[in-house]
Design a protein. Sequence first.
Length: 256
Amino acid sequence: MGGPFKKNGYQTESFLSIPLTHHGRTLGALHLTNRKDQQPFTHEDLKVFAPITSEIAAILAQGIGFRENVRHFSLSILTSLSDALELRFPFLSGHSNRVRDLSTRIGERMGLAKSDLSALRHAAALHDVGIVGIPGNLLAKKRRLNEQETEMVRKHPFLGSKMLEGVPGMDATRRAILEHHEHFDGSGYPYGLRGDDISVAARILSVAECYDSAVSARPHRGAITPAEALQMIRGGSGTRFDPEVAQLFATTAPSH
């Protein structure tokens, strides 16, 4: 690096940045500053540090591989739990997959980044996994739940989010699961968040989940038609649902 650079009281006289690559994959960089002899770094320095950077890169690759394995294994277990729920409660059969597909369609229309779409898909597929912590007799009741029972069922977003706690790279997914029953006007649960305080993924998931639930029969009620469900989404724009998401959904809904 030519010439000194000073910031926050620290002066850099020389600087060397070496990529940390492993099997053609760049994992980071090693930054070196200020040679003791106050001379610039040279190509010889690169040769000296090459074995060290190779070793660091190999260690990083092992750590990343372990992290990805933990993530994959955790997701497999939670997906199996979600599938088991649908076997136990046939009225939920296919719900998570349909919500995932609807959510993905909206997310793509909104131009979400690849990583955000991935988090959205995982959240949609696992949004109800917290139901495993809710007494099964409540879900199967053929009448509307009373206030106490409703409060118990409303714990499932929190429980689902907790089940993903500690899983690497799943923070955005956890947040979407936790917030997917929040309403745009702040009247939802569990925290009464409103507007942009609710993650985009949760705002998308809220619309997709509500639509699929409405067009599917439940023990305490029958299904409504896709046209009626779409009108419900439109009617909730700006109150229960993000207006942008509701509008986009109206152009991508299965009834169209």
